[in-house]
Every structure is written in C-alpha cells, then in structure tokens.
Ligand binder design. Structure first.
Ligand code: CA
Length: 250
C-alpha cells in the first residue's frame, strides 16, 4: 500500500496527537503544524497527498490557508476541521474548495473514513488522468488537460484547480446536461445536499473568466430548472495529439 504524505494543521495538541496516531496506523507519513504560520509555510514546502486543516488557529486561520492553496495550480486534497455549530465555516470551507470537512467533536473512525475516501478518489482520479494529456478546443477556447492550461483567443486564462476541473468535465461531455448534484458528485467527488449554491458560484466565476459576456454565456449555458451544459453548437471538441503525462505526485 502506498504511503501517503499528510500535513495536519491543528493547534490543539490532544487532537493533533490523536490524528497523528490514527493516520500513522493507516500508513501515512504525518507532519504536524501547530499554528497557522507553521501551517501556511509547511503547506507550500512540498506536495502533500492530503492536508487536514483546523479552521480556528493562532495566526492565519484554516480558511486563509485553504484559500492560498486553492490559488495554486496544483491540486491538493483538503479536509477541514470545523468548530461545532458553525454553519458558516462549513459553507465557506466548501466555497473555498475544501474537499470535505468534519465537525468537532468528531469520531476518529468517521474522520478516518473521510480520509480514506479522499485517498480512494485521488487514486481513481490519477488512474483516469494517468494516460496522455488531452488538448481540446472549443471555438476560441483551448484546454490542455496535461499542463492544465487554458487559453482564450491564445491568451492564457488563470483558473483555480476547481474551475479547471469543472471546465474539463464539461469539455469531456459536450452537450450533456448536468444537474448541480451531479456536478458536485463528478467534479467535487462527493454529494453534499444543500450545497448546490457552491456549484452556482463556481460556474459564475468560471463564466466571468471565459465568457465574452457572462450575462449571456455561450460556452456553459444554463438549462433552467435542470442544470448546466456545455453548448455543443461550438466547433467540435476534437481530442488532439497527446502531449503531456499528468503526474499528480511526482
Ligand atoms: Ca483550533
């Protein structure tokens, strides 16, 4: 079994110790960061298979660290630890692109089940993308799944990891309508009832970056009462010569 590199950013020593112990038992190499400053630094020194982020930390909080990580091109799975009864934290965490969260106090078995689910998803994602990178064109829009670069009329478009995954998902299924729940399952990798607005806000941000007129989208169109689709009337999304091998964990 592959050893996973996990960063735990948690200022409560008891919880940090507990996580350390159980993650080690699950064949993880664990690094602990005891405050937001250490966490922010550690998060960027190397590539992690998973970052477990407490929200309330001395120094930069978990949300700031999550936000900073999601500005990076490279995708890292993030599991948030939220305080009890803080709905806002959950929503913000997901809005910011955390992969999952558990609410404190949590049961260790519940948390470890989430961790394992994230590893399983990453492995199937890697398998799916392990082959050759695809270069697709949708009219003026070019998407390279290998380098994760997008250009519009030849100009690079800066997308977050999640916006890129969303666009790639649509590009691979032109003309197919997806409900918000399906997009949460397929792109976020889990079902979160009631978090459909997360999809809306990501679609809006993606449109602001790629649509000539975001109020009248031509790429990702809304099917009222159902969801979204990539407009298949665009020039065909031919899969061009493969170029790059995607390696999420070199
Ligand atoms: Ca804390």
């Amino acid at each position: 079994m592959k050893e996973h590199q996990v960063l735990v950013v948690e200022d409560e020593p008891d919880i940090a110790r507990l996580l350390h112990m159980h993650l080690r038992d699950a064949n993880c190499q664990v690094t602990l960061a005891a405050d937001g400053h250490q966490g922010m630094r550690q998060a960027f020194v190397r590539h992690w298979d998973l970052i477990i982020l407490d929200i309330r930390l001395p120094g930069p909080d978990g949300l700031s660290i999550c936000r900073a990580l999601r500005r990076e091109q490279r995708y890292v799975p993030i599991l948030m630890l939220t305080s009890k009864s803080s709905e806002l934290d959950r929503v913000l965490g997901l809005e910011l692109g955390a992969d999952d969260y558990v609410t404190k106090p949590f049961s260790v078995s519940e948390l470890m089940a989430r961790v394992k689910a994230i590893f399983r998803r990453m492995e199937s994602f890697e398998k799916q993308y392990a082959g050759e990178g695809e270069a697709m064109t949708l009219g003026p829009l070019a998407i390279d799944s290998g380098t994760r670069e997008v250009t519009l009329h030849g100009e690079p478009v800066a997308l977050t990891a999640r916006e890129f995954d969303l666009l790639l998902h649509f590009a691979r299924h032109p003309g197919q309508v997806f409900t918000r729940a399906q997009l949460l399952d397929n792109v976020w990798g889990y079902g979160h009832e009631g978090y459909e607005h997360t999809v809306n806000s990501h679609i809006n941000r993606l449109r602001a970056k790629i649509e000539p007129d975001p109020a009248r989208p031509i790429f990702i169109t809304t099917i009222w009462g159902v969801g979204y689709k990539l407009d298949a009337r665009l020039p065909p999304s031919g899969v061009a010569a493969s170029k790059t091998v995607v390696n999420l964990h070199p």
